[in-house]
Ligand binder design. Structure first.
Ligand SMILES: C[S@@+](CC[C@H](N)C(=O)[O-])C[C@H]1O[C@@H](n2cnc3c(N)ncnc32)[C@H](O)[C@@H]1O
Length: 322
């Protein structure tokens, strides 16, 4: 089913193979976006499967509500941050899912929306908050750039941007803001570029790429939220249920890898992360950095789970607590 979204979903076939949706199953798509993955889950779990889709982006839900109307009570859309998954599950009284997917980052619809300030190629306010209203982060990138100390800026740019030149960039930001507030994306991109050598990364990426990634992660506490969401999701997986995560940078991929390993109730389905096919990379350059990892919950999970605080709280809803 087509939606009006301009987002091209990545690794759809590999993702579906991993999650293996079946008729009558229950599925959670934590990142609705343009709705392609949700649509596949609905089609493959028909005629009586159930799919819930979450997104912080209210526009994604508005679009999806129109398009998935035909599925009636088989589909539910919820406007929320997936970091609140545990509370949402308790409120909704969910008993568990046969499959759960996370396709991280922003959709092309959000990236193209200059008012979000995510792009250094198009001018916009330095905002970078995911979502809107209650689901949005508390502070903007503008606040970080203009008020954090130089060492703090260097630290987030180094850690979240994996940027070797973080010190130089932080110094340039602090020098520039002495002359006035940095409030626009292009303004920041220029300050960053001015701090870096001309042949930065041999021209492979824009000089501001890593700094923008770092600010985005800091504004939205993306790594903390991801850990929290995955813990809750693992607690919500039914025995033999499958979880799959597509990430776009190594910080996220590392979190997924370690978290899957730490949970002895999981069986890892992807020893090494899956990557898109050459054809997909050629057709959709955004897919190039995608990595897909999957795991399934062992069928003898009940006992192992007793130490998982998420599972404990959630089982309470299920009424099956031991
Ligand atoms: C890459 S897109 C997903 C595309 C989708 N799989 C599809 O088939 O079109 C990521 C989506 O996740 C949403 N998102 C990112 N972080 C989120 C979070 N913490 N909570 C809820 N949604 C989030 C974004 O708003 C965006 O719409």
């Amino acid at each position: 089913m087509k939606t009006e979204s301009i987002h091209i979903a990545v690794m759809t076939d590999q993702l579906m193979e991993l999650v293996a949706p079946r008729a009558g199953g229950s599925y959670l798509d934590a990142t609705l976006g343009g709705g392609t993955h949700t649509s596949e889950l609905l089609e493959r779990s028909g005629p009586d499967g159930y799919v819930v889709s979450l997104d912080v982006d209210a526009k994604a839900l508005e679009r999806a509500k129109k398009h998935f109307k035909a599925y009636g009570s088989r589909w539910q859309g919820i406007h929320t941050n997936f970091g609140d998954l545990e509370d949402v599950a308790l409120r909704q009284g969910w008993k568990g899912f046969d499959g759960m997917i996370f396709d991280l980052g922003f959709s092309s619809d959000e990236l193209e929306d200059a008012s979000k300030g995510l792009s250094f190629k198009e001018d916009g306010p330095l905002d970078m908050r995911l979502g809107s209203g209650e689901a949005a982060a508390r502070f903007t990138a503008e606040e970080i750039v203009n008020s954090w100390r130089q060492e703090e800026l260097a630290e987030i740019i180094r850690t979240y941007g994996e940027e070797r030149m973080a010190g130089r960039i932080a110094r340039a930001i602090c020098d520039a803001r002495k002359h006035g507030r940095i409030s626009r994306t292009m303004q920041l991109a220029e300050v960053v570029a001015s701090a870096l050598p001309r042949n930065y990364e041999r021209g492979r990426i824009h000089p501001a790429t890593r700094t923008f990634q770092a600010l985005r992660i800091a504004v939205n506490d993306e790594l903390g939220v991801l850990k929290q969401a995955l813990e809750a999701a693992i607690g919500l997986l039914k025995p033999e249920g499958r979880i799959a995560v597509i990430s776009f940078h190594s910080l996220e991929d590392r979190i997924v890898k370690h978290l899957f390993k730490q949970h002895e109730e999981l069986e890892i389905l992807t020893k090494k992360p899956l990557i898109p096919t050459d054809e997909e990379m050629a057709e959709n350059p955004r897919s190039r950095s995608a990595k897909l990892r999957g795991a399934s919950k062992k069928s003898n999970t009940q006992k192992i789970q007793t130490n998982n605080k998420y599972a404990k709280r959630l089982r309470h809803v299920d009424g099956t607590a031991t």
